[in-house]
Design a protein around this ligand. Structure first.
Ligand code: GLU
Length: 491
């Protein structure tokens, strides 16, 4: 196979949509797996807005995901890179116009001077007569003199769809055959000379020597037109692979208005880019290893094969993304996790500047198993940074107030024993409570539940003795006292 060159060709629309991210990821993984080239090309001619700001916002999404491009437009301080530029469609107009002219010169396209009204009359008649073939303009076969006689009247350039049929040999969808008489003579150039998407995309793919066009299956119906254009222009036809779109949890196309449509929403929500690409890769690719779901970036590149791309659309499954994110969080070293949770804590009103690096690393280590997202860290550990001002109502009524006398007694025993601990570490603390459990014959929970509530105000969180160790002796004793006071006034 000649050199693999793939591309993502998004229209910048203000953010990187999860669906575009999927197509980019599949192209990127394919390129990385095969030693090919991944190109970013901006289809910014019909963009809702083509502001640089929009481009930057979208590229920030790629950057966060770690989807880097080998060739593409300027971004931030980085200049344009690659030998096939420019990489913005808006800057390639001359190339497109020349291609339209070539088709005109060779009689493969024609100028169509139909007015709006004339066109709509023809379409009405076709509808009434239930025409079995697609639209062909009466201008298709006019002579040069007829055209010249129009002077400078406005026209569009239409492609003269050839006879026969067109087969898309799609690597995902299989062979898709269409009769050419079912494709109308489509416009390739507007009255103002601007190229239409179909022409631009074909010319750009051809001149950028794209070997595989991998994109959403919403473009499958365009592929026949594209193949006709490739052939008419004398370009080799690339391989096609049309991948299923990303659906929301309800099974509908993932609306851009939904939270999560913007790739950076996931960053905001405390997800790791590794988890998101792991998840998105599974939306349309089945790993060879049965039931395996967890992949690092490198493992994905290693395992990713185009032969295992599938055509059935996959619904978004938030639970699975959360689970994968938790798994990826657990793969981090405590120091890596610390660096990720510190900004989240600060954002969540927990001032980490009062803690040492070692302490924060320990916090990362004792909470690591409990996190689904980075944002969970705030609920898991805010009690280290803030006073306990209230107790979880349900847990307090069950573990403190239902048997206030008993709770007072047991917390008192814990306080006394803790006060005498010389070496404040979780093993020693655990041993103490285990000793009390044994000597009193009360269940472990009868000590641990009130203790957790006293120290954290919550019913769940990091490991009981690990958190007690990290909280420190003084603060732990203070909080037990505070709980005892509470019990005496509320119990
Ligand atoms: N700009 C098109 C899109 O975002 C790209 C089409 C293509 O990949 O050929 O859907």
């Amino acid at each position: 196979m000649s050199k693999i060159r793939v591309r993502i060709a998004p229209s910048p629309s203000g953010f990187l949509h999860i669906g575009t991210a999927k197509m980019a990821l599949f192209n990127w993984l394919f390129a990385r797996k095969t030693g090919g080239t991944f190109v970013l090309r901006l289809e910014d001619t019909d963009a809702e807005r083509s502001d640089d700001e929009y481009v930057q916002a979208m590229c920030e999404g790629f950057q966060w995901l770690g989807i880097d491009w080998d060739e593409g437009p300027a971004f931030g301080d980085e200049p344009e890179k690659g030998a096939f530029g420019p990489y913005k469609q808006s800057e390639r107009r001359d190339i497109h116009v020349a291609a339209a002219q070539k088709l005109l010169d060779e009689g493969k396209a024609y100028k169509c001077f139909l007015t709006k009204d004339e066109l709509s009359d023809i379409r009405d008649t076709m509808r009434e007569e239930k025409a079995s073939t697609s639209f062909r303009s009466p201008w298709r076969d006019k002579t040069a003199d007829d055209v010249a006689a129009q002077g400078d009247a406005s026209y569009v350039v239409r492609f003269k769809v050839p006879e026969g049929s067109t087969t898309v040999h799609d690597l995902v969808q299989g062979d898709v055959i269409t009769r050419n008489d079912q494709t109308e003579d489509f416009v390739i150039q507007k009255p103002n000379g601007d190229p239409i998407f179909h022409l631009a995309v074909v010319v750009d793919d051809a001149t950028m020597e794209i070997s595989h066009v991998v994109r959403g299956d919403d473009h499958l119906t365009n592929a026949a037109r594209h193949i006709m254009l490739f052939e008419a222009l004398g370009y080799p036809v690339p391989q096609f692979a049309h991948l299923p779109m990303v659906l929301d949890e309800g099974g509908k196309k993932f609306s851009k208005r939904l939270h999560g449509a913007n790739v950076l929403d996931w960053r905001t929500d405390g997800y790791l880019p590794e988890a998101l690409i792991n998840y998105v890769a599974l939306l349309g690719w089945t790993p060879e290893e049965e039931n395996r779901e967890l992949f690092t970036r490198e493992e994905l590149i290693e395992a990713f094969t185009i032969e295992r791309w599938g055509k059935s659309a996959a619904r978004f499954d938030l639970k699975k993304v959360q689970w994968l994110n938790g798994q990826h969080l657990r793969m981090l070293s405590p120091a890596e996790l610390r660096d990720l949770i510190v900004p989240v804590l600060n954002e969540g009103g927990c001032d980490t500047s009062i803690k040492s690096e070692a302490w924060l690393t320990e916090l990362a280590s004792i909470t690591q198993e409990k996190l689904s997202t980075l944002n969970d860290i705030v609920a898991q550990s805010d009690f280290f940074f803030k006073d306990v001002t209230e107790y979880d109502e349900k847990a307090a009524s069950k573990h403190l107030l239902k048997d206030a006398g008993g709770a007072i007694e047991r917390l008192g025993m814990v306080a006394t024993a803790f006060r005498n601990v010389a070496d404040w570490n979780h093993e020693a603390l655990h041993e103490i409570v285990a000793g009390l459990v044994e000597s009193t014959g009360a269940g472990f929970g009868r000590f641990a539940n009130p203790l957790r509530l006293a120290l954290t105000g919550k019913s769940a969180g990091p490991g009981m003795f690990e958190l007690t160790e990290l909280l420190g002796k003084e603060l732990s004793l203070e909080r037990i006292d505070q709980a005892l006071q509470y019990l005496k006034t509320h119990g």
